[in-house]
Design a binder for this molecule. Structure first.
Ligand code: CP
Length: 301
């Protein structure tokens, strides 16, 4: 049985609902205890504010000892491989690894290590399962179902691991996922949903999810100015007024204010952006519980 959480793809919809139920219990302050003292290393090869600190909070709430490995001052700088880094920390006694890496599928070189649990905190343009789970938790808290919801994901689809992870799992859970994107950033594979116009999206969405423009993953400079992007693909004040009454606004953040979303809408009534960040702690606690339960066991108190 695997105890790495690398993508949500291998999880059945029933297992996803179990993770959401656990996140709900953690949010309700129910206590859970592992059967062994656990040590986890957070290894971030790319910048992060939310994922890194949210995992750290989740680990601390679960009584886990945290090692925040500084990649910039570690022997990674001397050319040590990811496998050797993880193997070294495992030899020291670390049982779990939360890893963000710029390389798609970086975990392929370590996933055979079955005495540890690996939690993917984002791989290149690949997957971001903890973001997906917190997004699912936030949507489920709001609507108590995924069936029949229309979710629009707008922005830089091609370079977004959030779009990829969310489209796959939301579709499996019964939601209709649709996209808005400039042609240059459409996902060539177009597997999970169709592209719609802004007008169609505004009229039909129950969830309107904006994505950050991933400049760091672009080969060429974008042809838009901030203002022209906002006018064509952003959630403007005028568009927000036309959304369905119960439509919620989401964004994984960090946000480029007045680009993907108007500054004044970031904390408007229908925005769940900071709720997503709050829920991230509980979603990640549920992930850690799932991964370590298989190795050391544990129980609700
Ligand atoms: N949403 C997200 O992954 O944010 P960070 O890059 O700050 O972790």
């Amino acid at each position: 049985m695997t105890h790495h959480l690398l993508t949500l793809k291998p999880f059945t919809t029933r297992e996803i609902h179990q993770l959401l139920e656990d996140a709900k219990r953690f949010k309700a302050k129910e206590m859970y205890q592992f059967h062994e003292k656990l040590y986890v290393a957070n290894l971030f090869f790319e910048p992060s504010t939310r994922t890194r600190n949210s995992f750290q909070m989740a680990e601390k709430k679960l009584g886990i000892e945290v090692f925040n490995v500084e990649v910039e001052t570690s022997s990674v700088q001397k050319g040590e491989t990811l496998y050797d880094t993880v193997r070294t920390l495992e030899a020291i006694g670390v049982k779990g690894f939360v890893i963000r890496h710029f390389k798609d599928n970086y975990f392929k070189e370590i996933e055979h290590m079955n005495q540890i649990a690996i939690f993917n905190a984002g791989d290149g343009c690949g997957h971001h399962p903890s973001q997906s789970l917190l997004d699912l938790f936030t949507i489920y808290e709001e609507f108590h179902t995924f069936e029949g919801l229309t979710v629009t994901i707008a922005g830089d689809i091609r370079h977004s691991r959030v779009a990829r992870s969310n489209a796959e799992i939301l579709t499996r859970l019964g939601a209709k996922v649709q996209f808005i994107s400039p042609d240059a950033w459409k996902d060539e594979m177009n597997i999970y949903g169709t592209y719609v116009t802004m007008d169609e999206a505004i009229q039909t969405s129950d969830v309107f999810m904006l994505l950050r423009i991933q400049h760091e993953r672009h080969d060429t400079k974008m042809s838009f100015t901030k203002e022209s992007y906002h006018r064509a693909f952003g959630l403007t004040v005028e568009r927000e007024k036309q959304l369905k009454p119960n439509c919620i606004i989401m964004h994984p953040a960090p946000i480029n204010r007045d680009v993907e979303i108007a500054d004044c809408l970031v904390e408007c009534e229908r925005s769940r952006i900071f709720k997503q960040i709050e829920n991230g702690v509980y979603a990640r606690m549920a992930m850690l519980k799932w991964g370590f339960e298989a190795i050391v066991g544990g129980e609700w108190k």
